[in-house]
Design a protein around this ligand. Structure first.
Ligand SMILES: [Zn+2]
Ligand SMILES: [Zn+2]
Length: 230
């Protein structure tokens, strides 16, 4: 890899995702970031002191990120992590057996119900912030590579799109530009859905599917964001 590219790795990560991915580029980048995070965690850091401390504080992962762990199938790493979690739960139950349930609001007990500090959520939000800033800065600086890649890319999913708009509320031109491009892409999606539905009519049963063949997955992921990310 040349040094120039290495120096601006996150910039090129954004550009590559815009060019190559058929889903929202921020969804793609966050998925990739979570993949790396769990690879590293489950294969290299299950016994790491800082990792254990942070998971003890957060009481494990939130429901969404727990689903990522199960998808991984790294059973030994998962067993080691959850051996620790199960011991913490065992201690909690020990304590609960000797105190009144009125104490359920105590912070050490409430933290089992509240996963705001899930370390994977933090990792994902850091990625979101970093990549959104790189993308918006490039557009503000009229970076032609970024603009070209963005205009040809898949639509941005609704949750990420609204998040981007939140970040640029004082730049009316940029806001309007993003809305215009998104609208153009959404109209193409609508045309694909119409075409998909039309071809399911028995009168057109002999017509084969074209670019509209995966429009259902695209539509679902644009409206709600990629599954498991929000
Ligand atoms: Zn997205
Ligand atoms: Zn989480």
């Amino acid at each position: 890899m040349n040094t120039e590219r290495k120096k601006h790795l996150p910039y090129f990560a954004v550009l590559d995702c815009l060019t190559e991915q058929s889903i929202c580029f921020l969804c793609a980048l966050e998925l990739e970031g979570l993949q790396k995070y769990f690879d590293n965690l489950l294969y290299e850091r299950v016994n790491d002191v800082a990792t254990r401390a942070s998971l003890a504080r957060s009481k494990g992962f939130c429901n969404r990120h727990s689903a990522f762990i199960l998808k991984y199938g790294a059973s030994l790493g998962t067993a080691i992590l959850y051996r620790q979690q199960s011991s913490l739960l065992d201690e909690l139950l020990d304590n609960l057996s000797s105190v009144s349930t009125a104490l359920l609001k105590l912070p050490q007990i409430a933290s089992w119900r509240n996963h705001k500090a899930c370390p994977a959520c933090k990792n994902q939000l850091d990625d979101r912030k970093r990549y959104s800033e790189i993308f918006l800065d490039a557009l503000k600086n009229s970076d032609s590579d970024m603009i070209n890649a963005f205009e040809k890319s898949a639509p941005i999913c609704v949750p990420h799109f609204l998040d981007l708009l939140d970040q640029i509320k004082r730049n009316r031109n940029l806001e309007r530009y993003l809305v215009d491009i998104e609208q153009k892409k959404i109209r193409e999606l609508i045309a694909d859905l119409d075409e998909f539905i039309r071809k399911h009519d028995y009168q057109y049963a002999d017509e084969s599917f074209g670019r509209e063949q995966d429009c259902c997955q695209r539509a679902v992921r644009i409206i709600a964001g990629y599954e498991g990310l929000f």
